[in-house]
Design a protein around this ligand. Structure first.
Ligand SMILES: Cc1cc2nc3c(=O)[nH]c(=O)nc-3n(C[C@H](O)[C@H](O)[C@H](O)COP(=O)(O)OP(=O)(O)OC[C@H]3O[C@@H](n4cnc5c(N)ncnc54)[C@H](O)[C@@H]3O)c2cc1C
Length: 382
């Protein structure tokens, strides 16, 4: 009898770890394949430091071709159709069949949901971040507005972190007194998922740095050639740079496949990350795992943790061994306050009595851990 075929869609944080973890427990008779339209993928988490020149544009990516060394086949192709009934996936490089499917296609951006946002600035995508980096390098004075539209969006600390990094950069450049920095978020408070006390500490940190925080105000439109933003609370503001967090949505091919059952994100069994279709799993930003009043945040650490778990679940089924323990929802994100200090925020999101999360104080050692995290990611350890 031939071996099993494990097919992983998407080579981001989740997909790569699912493939590596399954490979560790499956012998060579079983085939593991990753499909992604990009051979080189970039780590969005480096964008906030990239835009102020504190990360190199040629050091934010990793090549999925390197997975061949680990016994994982990489196919560079666009995925066009997922057929869970026929157990096959159509791609620009042909049709691929599978026994086990891992959907790790992340969140897509709906740039059209906020008219004008597509032509404004952003730091949520590598190309946009590079453009913002060029613009910031020329900036001497004025006003910067960072504006999120609606939750959920990747890494909820990112707009707050980016504002603090821009503050640090402007001080270093000697232009801080000539620069206004504002952050608009749709939530009623920053980092709600981390609890009231953490939320208040982030408010204070922004306040101490002279950064204006406007809550309950999602950006609804960018007009005047990228110079004016309107918000859901009826207010509007003009600025020299308006950078938005795009509306996130499920990729169209995932919605069309039926695995999301018409829901905004793919529902999964929170212990195994399996969808309603057996042996079809959905991990990372594409899924929703409820956690208390919130959901597990859309962040790379959780996508990677879910990937590791799914790899083990699949291997246990192929090898007919005991199922691994249930997924625990543990993870920490970094929140940099400058190029030299970072805090972490996170904890146990599936703890019995509800999420147990903490926000640490920013520190130099926190930034060292962030540097290590980025290095590990580039070397496929995360
Ligand atoms: C500014 C910013 C800061 C962040 N900071 C952090 C942080 O500090 N820590 C942290 O943990 N996370 C952070 N994140 C979040 C993190 O980047 C995401 O949560 C993570 O990438 C999700 O992983 P994933 O595997 O689910 O999806 P992704 O990493 O998005 O991977 C999905 C992959 O699928 C591929 N794909 C999609 N559709 C198709 C298709 N049709 N055909 C072929 N390929 C396709 C894409 O090319 C992509 O490579 C940050 C994000 C941003 C934007």
């Amino acid at each position: 009898m031939g071996g099993s075929k494990v097919l992983v869609l998407g080579g981001g944080f989740g997909g790569v770890q699912a493939a590596i973890s399954a490979r560790a427990d499956l012998d060579a008779s079983h085939e593991i394949t990753i499909v992604d339209r990009n051979r080189v993928t970039h780590m969005c988490g480096m964008n906030p430091l990239l835009i102020v020149g504190e990360r190199n544009t040629d050091k934010t990516g990793r090549s999925l071709g390197r997975l061949a060394n680990r016994g994982i086949k990489f196919v560079e192709a666009n995925i066009d159709l997922i057929d869970t009934t026929g157990q096959k996936v159509e791609t620009s490089a042909g049709t691929l069949d599978y026994d086990y499917l891992v959907i790790a296609l992340g969140a897509a951006y709906d740039w059209d949901a906020v008219p004008g946002a597509k032509d404004a600035y952003s730091f949520y995508d590598f190309d946009y971040a590079r453009r913002l980096r060029r613009r910031l390098s020329r900036l001497k004075r004025g006003k910067i507005v960072l504006a999120a539209s609606k939750p959920p969006y990747k890494c909820p600390p990112a707009p707050l972190e980016t504002a603090m990094i821009i503050n640090w950069w402007a001080r270093k450049k000697g232009i801080r007194k000539d620069l206004d920095i504002s952050v608009y978020i749709p939530e009623l408070g920053p980092l709600g998922v981390a609890g009231k006390e953490a939320s208040m500490r982030v408010r204070n940190a922004l306040d101490q740095r002279g950064i204006e925080l406007v809550t309950g105000a999602g950006v609804t439109e960018v007009s005047m050639n990228g110079r004016e933003a309107s918000f859901s609370d009826g207010s509007s503001t003009t600025a020299d740079i308006i950078a938005t967090v795009p509306v996130h949505k499920i990729p169209d091919i995932v919605a069309a496949s039926g695995v999301s059952n018409g829901k905004p994100w793919v529902p999964v069994n929170k212990a195994t990350l399996e969808t309603a279709t057996s042996n079809v799993f959905a991990i990372g930003d594409v899924n929703v795992v409820p956690s208390g009043d919130f959901a597990i945040p859309k962040a790379g650490v959780f996508a990677a943790g879910q990937g590791t778990k799914v790899g083990k679940v699949i291997a246990s089924r192929v090898n007919e061994t005991d199922a691994p323990e249930a997924y625990d929802g543990v993870g920490f994100c970094f929140m940099a306050y400058s190029a030299g200090t970072s805090a972490t925020v996170g904890g146990e999101f599936l703890a019995k009595g509800g999420p147990q999360t903490v926000l640490s104080e920013p520190s130099v050692s926190g930034m060292k851990s962030k540097d290590r995290f980025e290095r590990d990611w580039r070397n496929f350890k995360i």
